[in-house]
Design a protein around this ligand. Structure first.
Ligand SMILES: Nc1ncnc2c1ncn2[C@@H]1O[C@H](COP(=O)(O)OP(=O)(O)OP(=O)(O)O)[C@@H](O)[C@H]1O
Length: 339
């Protein structure tokens, strides 16, 4: 078992768009501090919040996450979105979206382009506020953005759709970025850890390269390596939910498989030796890729015209008789979904 540490930026800073993995966490704004540590010969300044931790159970990539049991009192619900509405100007994107993410779940959010999948991820992460409706984190209602207050007991991380690497930093510096600042690990330990995490996403010997020297798919994998790197010197474990926005978009089929298995493998399955629910994250993946649906998630939410119009187990997706799901699964031009 290993501890995975993932760190995020303060969503209110101008750095955010540049950072692929953000973490909304149990961190007060007052704890945000300037990042000044030298990265190689360059230095970088910005505001960052502290790291979060998650446990890696080193499960076989082919293992499925156990679908979380529905605990009667709802205590296994980590995130609940209740009747969420969100508009951008005249565009009414979310119109009453409700769902729960339970402990141990691997959930996919699918649906036509522009239907609000990324928007709901950002609302879950606390980067966007809904116009109406509530988000509950471990049963506690969140008001405003994640930075407006502290909700303890759960960390939520978002891995952006774009790789969003720092152009002027090497791959090593990008992947180890937050360890350099937030951990007590030595430079050698961080470098070693970076190499291990890059290898885990199928990349070798690219540590010294700049992002501009990588293909799009390689950048994506570097971003993923950055999201799963952890502080080996820490033991604190809290439940965590990771949100992946199209983690396999633009990857070739084999690279997709690597990433899908990795998403599985960095998450825990459920119980400790006493039968107590484990502390490891659930995760939510927004994806258009069938392989990712099949391989990386157990339950699906189908978002269409502002609402969750279907949900079910992954294997039910292709056999559903729901006309919207059937059309989407088959890619047919005929059906209720129009472009
Ligand atoms: N900050 C914003 N300002 C204005 N419009 C926005 C903003 N964010 C999203 N939108 C719009 O809201 C709609 C939903 O966007 P979103 O990215 O959530 O869709 P999506 O389902 O993730 O799409 P895709 O599958 O193509 O990635 C789009 O029309 C988008 O242009």
């Amino acid at each position: 078992m290993a501890i995975v540490q993932i760190v995020c930026s303060n969503p209110n800073t101008t750095i955010l768009p540049s950072l692929g993995g953000i973490r909304s966490s149990t961190v007060k704004l007052s704890s945000v501090r300037p990042f000044t540590r030298e990265l190689g010969k360059r230095s970088f300044r910005g505001s960052f919040v502290k790291a979060a931790t998650v446990v890696d159970h080193n499960s076989a990539a082919s293992d499925n996450l156990k679908i979380s049991r529905e605990v009667e009192d709802g205590s296994d619900v980590l995130i609940e979105c209740k009747d969420i509405y969100k508009s951008f100007g005249e565009k009414h994107i979310l119109q009453g979206v409700s769902f729960k993410i339970r402990h141990g779940e691997a959930v996919g959010i699918i649906g036509p382009s522009g239907t609000g999948k990324s928007t709901i991820l950002k609302i879950m992460a606390g980067l966007l506020t809904p116009d109406k409706g509530e988000v509950y984190i471990c049963g506690k209602k969140r008001d405003g953005l994640i930075s407006d207050g502290e909700i303890s007991g759960l960390r939520i991380g978002l891995v952006f759709q774009s790789a969003a690497l720092f152009d002027s930093l090497t791959v090593r510096e990008n992947v180890g970025f937050l360890l350099y600042e937030n951990s007590n690990m030595s430079e050698d330990q961080i470098a070693e850890s970076v190499t291990e995490n890059l290898a885990a996403v199928g990349l070798k010997g690219v540590e010294g390269r700049l992002p501009s020297e990588l293909s799009g798919g390689m950048k994506k994998r570097v971003a993923l390596a950055r999201s799963i790197i952890f502080d080996k010197t820490k033991n604190a474990i809290e439940p965590e939910v990771l949100l992946y926005d199209e983690p396999t978009a633009g990857l070739d089929p084999i690279a997709s498989t690597v990433v899908e298995d990795l998403i599985r493998s960095v998450h825990l399955k459920g119980e400790d030796e006493h039968g107590k629910l484990g502390s490891i994250a659930s995760y939510v993946v927004v994806t258009h890729q069938h392989s990712t649906i099949r391989r990386a998630v157990d339950r699906l939410l189908f978002l269409y015209e502002g609402k969750v119009v279907w949900q079910g187990k992954t294997h039910e997706f292709t056999t559903s008789i729901n006309p919207i799901v059937r059309q989407f699964a088959s890619g047919s031009l005929d059906g209720p979904i129009t472009y």
